[in-house]
Structure formats: structure tokens, C-alpha cells
Design a protein around this ligand. Structure first.
Ligand SMILES: [Fe+2]
Ligand SMILES: [Fe+2]
Length: 286
């Protein structure tokens, strides 16, 4: 099976493309000096994206006082240029999930990905790691699941069932069915999309952060994923046995910290996670 999947994914035409505007925004924001005008010009090429960005910028997360934003440059400022890439990638992924067919639970996939991104962003600030990259990697961490589902819906259903019945982690159930898991598929997809190596590394290792080149950021997405699960934003509601402080990511991030410090952190990260999950819920229902 894995040969078949790898062959399919190696052919770039098979993978749904990331909209050109994402690459444009990535290249603009990667420069040291860029202007809102440049971003505006890139985004305005896609009227549908303009409408979506305005909607996000007017949501309570980015616009808590509710002063209506009607222009794209104001929207960019309201979101913050740091959040623009992850927001646009998130919108593209949400659109892509339509390709997975009716049985795919788009809502939970989106909520899981978005909550994870938001938690990662908030924690990045706390742990002094790059926020925009954490947000982007958090949103993209399970992209391999979506792609597997788009190509092999029945087999993926089988993997989901297996994971539930035998209480297996998703990566193991996927390996039994596909001989490859969503982290490896994610890597292939992000390579095809030519996303930055940092993002590819973190997404590839979000279940085993000690193997990443960027261990701390991978550890951050690892615990964000766990927290996302604990808040209930997961493919199944079973969170029994999921313990944040047992995770590899938590060990990497709290190495050398005093016990009281760790305890305090646990409480604050749970708060962040609840907020992020709450936002995902509201954003989806609007
Ligand atoms: Fe995952
Ligand atoms: Fe996940």
C-alpha cells in the first residue's frame, strides 16, 4: 500500500495545490522589510479570499470590540501580519477538506487543526518560540490525515475504526492499513507545496519531537495536539489516558524547570487551550 501512496503523492498533479496567493504572502512576509500595500495587492487578486479575511478580521477573536472592518488593509492590521500566513493557510485547508467527500468530518478536522494552531501560537509566546511558525505548523500538523482521506476514503475509515476498536494511536492504525502514517504523508505534501523546511520538520515530527531538528517547536506542537485532544477537539471523544505531563513534548519544553514552575505552567496552558477551543467553536458556528 505504501508504494501506491508514495507514488501517487510524488506526482505533484495529484496533490491539491496550495493557492498561489499563499506562496506570495509567504514570500512577502519572509522579507525583512515589507509593506501592508504589498500584502493588500497580493490578496486582492483573490476576491473570495478578501471576503474570507474580512470575516475572520471581524470575528470576536481578532475584533473583540466589534468595530466593523471593511477594508483589506485594516483587516491585515487587525489580524497582525504574523497571523496572516496561518490564517490564509487555515482557510485554504478548510476549503480543501471539501474534496474529502461527505463522510469526512470536516467540522472536527477544522476545529482540531485550528485549535491546535491557536494553542501553539499562545504557547509559543510563553516559551519564547516563533509565534507565526507555531501557528502555521499547528494548523498543518494533521494535513496528512486529510490527504490520506481524500485519496483513500474507505481505507482511512478502516484505520479510524481500527484505532477506536483496538485503542491504537492514529499513527499505528494508519501504518497497519497503509504502511505509512499521516506524519510521513504530511511531509510529502508540504514538500510538494514547498513550504519552509522548519514547518515541514515540525509537522513531520509532531508525534516524536525528539527526532526533529527544531525540537522545541516540534515539542510545542506535540503538546498543543495533546491539549487540543483534552479540550475535546478530537476525531473521537476518548481522552482517557491522555496525560500532558507524560508526553515527550512536555519533557523537552520543561527540562530544567522547577516543580512549582511546571505546576503553574500546567494551569496556564490549560487556560490557553480552553480559550483556543472556545474560539474554534464560535468561529465554526458563524
Ligand atoms: Fe497527528
Ligand atoms: Fe492532531
Amino acid at each position: 500500500m505504501s508504494r501506491k501512496i508514495a507514488d501517487k503523492l510524488k506526482n505533484a498533479e495529484n496533490i491539491p495545490p496550495l493557492p498561489e496567493v499563499v506562496h506570495e504572502i509567504l514570500s512577502i512576509t519572509s522579507k525583512e522589510d515589507f509593506s501592508i500595500k504589498e500584502l493588500k495587492k497580493a490578496i486582492e487578486k483573490d476576491p473570495l479570499l478578501v471576503a474570507k479575511i474580512l470575516k475572520v478580521a471581524n470575528s470576536f477573536m481578532y475584533n473583540p470590540y466589534g468595530r466593523e472592518i471593511t477594508s483589506i488593509d485594516r483587516a491585515i492590521m487587525q489580524l497582525g501580519t504574523k497571523n496572516l500566513v496561518p490564517v490564509v493557510i487555515g482557510l485554504s485547508i478548510a476549503g480543501m477538506s471539501d474534496l474529502a467527500g461527505k463522510r469526512f468530518n470536516k467540522e472536527i478536522f477544522w476545529k482540531h487543526s485550528y485549535t491546535c494552531g491557536h494553542i501553539a501560537k499562545r504557547l509559543a509566546k510563553r516559551f519564547n518560540l516563533p509565534e507565526a511558525e507555531a501557528f502555521t505548523a499547528g494548523i498543518l500538523h494533521d494535513i496528512g490525515k486529510l490527504i490520506l482521506y481524500i485519496f483513500f476514503p474507505e481505507d482511512y475509515e478502516r484505520a479510524l475504526k481500527l484505532s477506536e476498536e483496538k485503542n491504537l494511536p492514529s499513527t499505528e492504525a494508519e501504518k497497519l492499513v497503509f504502511e505509512i502514517d499521516h506524519t510521513e504523508v504530511g511531509k510529502l505534501v508540504l514538500q510538494q507545496w514547498k513550504l519552509p523546511n522548519l514547518i515541514i520538520d515540525v509537522v513531520t515530527h509532531h508525534h516524536e519531537p525528539s527526532k526533529a531538528r527544531n525540537k522545541e517547536l516540534a515539542a510545542l506542537v506535540n503538546i498543543s495536539n495533546i491539549l487540543t485532544r483534552i479540550t475535546g477537539m478530537y476525531y473521537n471523544r476518548d481522552t482517557l489516558g491522555v496525560v500532558l505531563t507524560d508526553s515527550e513534548g512536555w519533557r523537552i519544553l520543561t527540562k530544567g524547570a522547577a516543580e512549582e514552575e511546571v505546576e503553574e505552567l500546567v494551569f496556564s496552558v490549560f487556560d490557553d487551550a480552553e480559550d483556543a477551543a472556545h474560539f474554534a467553536e464560535i468561529a465554526w458556528s458563524k
